[in-house]
Design a protein around this ligand. Structure first.
Ligand code: UD1
Length: 371
């Protein structure tokens, strides 16, 4: 039997990236066995299972069940679990594919390379240049040890060149997350989420917040809640709260304020399609997510990013994204621009065309031979 390709997923933002890659591999080379490993970094049904179901991802072949923990503990558990899997695997994989920038991405890349199993990183080269961000460390380490670096936007290759990574290892493939968006858009629309939530057309904002820099600092979180309270007078806010955010709101005594506000719909995390439907029909998105900056750019929806930097600069230079930074007092004026139709319009981004996963599959099959 041909040696397998192992694909790793661990946390919510990984699932929409592995779905199209697995599908493209099955189409391009059905004879190559694919093994899907779920590290278990995210484990709530609403953070994991629902994405497998909606996106048609096959059930994981291997589940490491690592769960939550400090960065060191979580990373160590993935490292140990994935190494054990590689050592015990009946056949040595021809390669391991990791996506994105979560702790599971870095840990599995490290475990593989130490055992001499080549690694491909999908979404390589993104840099916020902010080492206080846990994901930035994950990106740097993963790219430093990967054999094949598959980039999603122009800044990726530039950053990797600056870090001295040989060009022969780098390939521009485009954005696999957009493949999933294109694949799911019709189903997302069919859910009519706006109508189900009783929203007036084009009069809602979608809010997502979960970065430690926003939710772990009680003062920052309180000012964000005050901002949302003020915005809710102009638009209905749909706010699906990440478990970490909900816990931080509760411990800061801020949860009730949002729950009681008539202009705020605080919800549990949404499924992929629910979120996509609400994003496409939103007047504006307020977020600190990486993926949502890209998705809103593709959809042409204004996006105000509640961060000082972004590892996805093309969404600002060519897309609909604006970095708000520390100073939240900028938001009301930006919001008025959006509501008055004065906000910038974005352009289409090269390689964000629904076919990136086919280019990923071809690069993987060419680089990781069966020998
Ligand atoms: C992780 C990623 C981040 C990504 C985010 C998307 C890292 C360093 N961070 O952050 O890049 O944007 O996922 O969600 O890998 N929890 C649950 N249920 C779950 C998962 C988590 O309740 O299914 C809670 C736990 O209290 C946990 C906390 O959320 O301690 C944080 O989870 P963790 O996986 O450590 O990081 P995220 O903040 O989700």
């Amino acid at each position: 039997m041909a040696r397998p390709l192992v694909v790793v997923a661990g946390a919510r933002p990984n699932f929409m990236k592995v779905a199209p890659v697995l599908r493209a591999l099955a189409e391009r080379a059905p004879e190559v066995p694919r093994v899907l490993v779920h590290t278990g970094q995210h484990y709530d049904a609403g953070m994991s299972e629902v994405f497998f179901r909606e996106l048609g991802i096959p059930p994981p072949d291997v589940h490491l069940g690592v769960g939550s923990g400090s960065h060191g503990a979580q990373t160590a558990r993935v490292l140990e679990g994935f190494e054990r899997y590689l050592l015990d695997a009946p056949e040595r994989p021809r390669g391991v594919v990791v996506v994105g920038d979560v702790n599971s991405t870095m840990a599995c890349a490290l475990a593989s390379v130490k055992l001499g199993v080549p690694v491909a990183h999908v979404e390589a080269g993104l840099r916020s240049n902010d080492r206080a961000m846990p994901e930035e460390i994950n990106r740097l380490v993963t790219d430093a040890v990967s054999d094949l670096l598959l980039t999603s936007e122009p800044s990726g290759a530039e950053n990797l060149r600056r870090e001295g990574i040989p060009e022969a290892r780098v390939r521009f493939v485009g954005n696999v997350m957009i493949d999933t968006l294109v694949h799911e858009l019709r189903e997302a629309r069919a859910l009519s989420m706006g109508a189900r939530l009783g929203l007036a057309s084009g009069r809602h904002a979608l809010i997502t917040l979960h970065r430690p820099s926003n939710v772990d600092d009680p003062r920052r979180l309180a000012s964000l809640v005050a901002l949302l309270g003020a915005m809710a007078g102009r638009l209905t806010l749909v706010f699906p709260a990440h478990p970490r955010t909900r816990a931080a709101l509760a411990s800061g005594g801020l949860l009730a304020r949002l729950e009681c506000h008539p202009g705020v719909l605080l919800r549990e995390p949404l499924s992929y399609r629910e979120n996509l439907g609400l994003m496409e029909s939103a007047a504006v998105v307020l977020t600190d997510s990486g993926g949502i900056q890209e998705e809103s750019t593709f959809l042409g929806v204004p996006c105000l990013t509640l961060r000082a930097n972004t590892e996805r600069p093309v969404t600002v230079s060519q897309g609909t994204n604006t970095l708000v930074g520390e100073d939240l007092s900028r938001v009301p004026a930006l919001l008025e621009d959006v509501l008055a139709g004065r906000y910038k319009k974005g352009a289409a981004i090269e390689g964000w065309d629904g076919r990136a996963s086919v280019r990923v599959a071809d690069a993987l099959l060419m680089t990781f031979s069966a020998e």
